[in-house]
Design a protein. Sequence first.
Length: 248
Amino acid sequence: MAQNLYGPRVRMGNWNEDVYLEEELMKDFLEKRDKGELLIQRNRRLKGILLKQMQLSVSEDGYIHYGDKVLLVNPDHPELDAELFLAGDLSLCMTPDEIKAHLSDELEIPCGLSAAQTKNPVGRNTFMILSVDRNAIGQVLRYGEDFCLGITGGFEDKMANKKILINHCHTNRGLAVHRHLFLSTYFGKEVEVAAHTYLDSHKVEKPKNHWMLVTGNPRKDSPTMLDLPKPRAEDTQAMEQAMSLNAQ
């Protein structure tokens, strides 16, 4: 019975070309690996940058300053317009295109946005407040001033960890979270963010337009001020004191 005495190890004809091709592919692979140019290496670098732990700025005076690093959070509220929605505090996040993110280690500019259930400050949801002219680092951000997005005015400027409205400069539409419109992103299921103002019957912005510039927690037990217990309202304290007096 005749046996095939030739194979890829025999360097002749097409087998010889196959061996050289495999060697070139392996050489190219090892060279890219040593330079960190493999797709999986680029992907890991980008994900490492976007998920890197960040330190939020601590507001000691209650103000937001140019140069501060903050989370932009839509506070939890019930979504009355839909049965299925994403509950909880949602932070604004950078969301690169999934295909492009697999092919590059650089962040796509411009980059998409979404809102996700995360209060842990990382690279993709931590934003620095910058002035338009870039010369106001350390100065207080005032209501009505532009920092690429405009903030509505009329109140005291102590906006750290308080509910605010953010309007787009060119359209004057409010930044909003659509908790019922889900997106399949590079980081999993998140929800849509859009520029649209939602008003109730009293012409007041709905909770989906409410945001908070969340600063860091000076204590070590939590990274943000969101996790601190909320102080009781003055009227609640007065009522409790009155009830205790009546009980005596």
